[in-house]
Design a binder for this molecule. Structure first.
Ligand code: GLN
Length: 239
């Protein structure tokens, strides 16, 4: 396989906590191991960005303050991102960016930040932070990660979750649901970063991208023994 895959990294300076940039590194390496070239482009506040040849979009987690910094800029790009989502561009958004891909995020201090509405969900900050290891059963198998958020997310009636929580909390402390999925747009509270220990999820995003761009129907297998062992260890960690 060959060709260049373009990854847009949303606000890497303001929305990159708990190692979430590792997700971009994982996408890059799993593409390069399969013979693709990779071009990672940063989307920064106030800087024009052309999404027309972007194949994968990633956005990481951030403090409430970071979300305030990027919120208006993300809204300004909302229509374009919604159109890309509807057209099938694969996206992964984590925690703070996940929240702003919904309809709104209201911080624990009462500041409401409108979201771009790709997901039908709303998030409200809580005095009780949700912190700890988390395990989720999903269409991509068992997912392991770490969560740290004040936000309690409620999915709308038609919004598909990413999966069901078997350890930890996820979207909120009652629903036992984690994340959201609309087509190939995936939102999650899983930090860690999420992709290195969950290679099936990483490869789903990759295949969606190279399938759309190059007509690729299957990916060359990668020996994921180390990744699976890391996930097994993570799944056994106490909450
Ligand atoms: N600031 C948001 C919250 O506390 C998101 C946190 C994060 O991205 N880890 O819920």
């Amino acid at each position: 396989m060959s060709g260049t895959v373009v990854i847009a990294h949303l606000y890497p300076w303001d929305m990159n906590i708990y190692g979430d940039v590792g997700n971009v590194i994982t996408l890059r390496r799993r593409l390069e191991w399969r013979g693709f070239d990779v071009d990672v482009r940063a989307v920064d506040v106030g800087v024009p960005f052309d999404f027309s040849d972007v194949d994968i979009i990633f956005g990481g987690g951030g403090q409430d303050s970071g979300q305030r910094v990027i919120g208006e800029d993300l809204l300004a790009r909302g229509d374009e991102l919604c159109a890309l989502a509807a057209a099938g561009t694969p996206m992964l958004v984590v925690c703070g960016t996940y929240q702003l891909f919904g309809r709104s995020f209201t911080t624990v201090d009462g500041l409401e930040m409108p979201g771009i509405g790709i997901f039908d969900l709303q998030t409200v900050g809580s005095d009780v932070r949700t912190i700890g290891n988390i395990v989720v059963e999903s269409p991509f198998g068992r997912l392991v990660g770490f969560e740290n958020h004040s936000g309690q997310t409620i999915l709308g009636p038609g919004q598909e979750p990413l999966g069901s929580v078997t350890a930890g909390y996820g979207n909120n402390r009652e629903s036992r649901r984690e994340g959201a999925r609309t087509g190939d747009v995936i939102g999650t509270y899983l930090h860690g970063p999420v992709l290195p220990k969950n290679p099936r999820l990483a490869d789903h995003l990759i295949l969606a991208a190279v399938g759309r761009k190059f007509g690729t129907t299957e990916l060359e297998p990668i020996a994921d023994g180390l990744e699976r062992r890391a996930a097994d260890v993570a799944a056994l960690r106490p909450r």
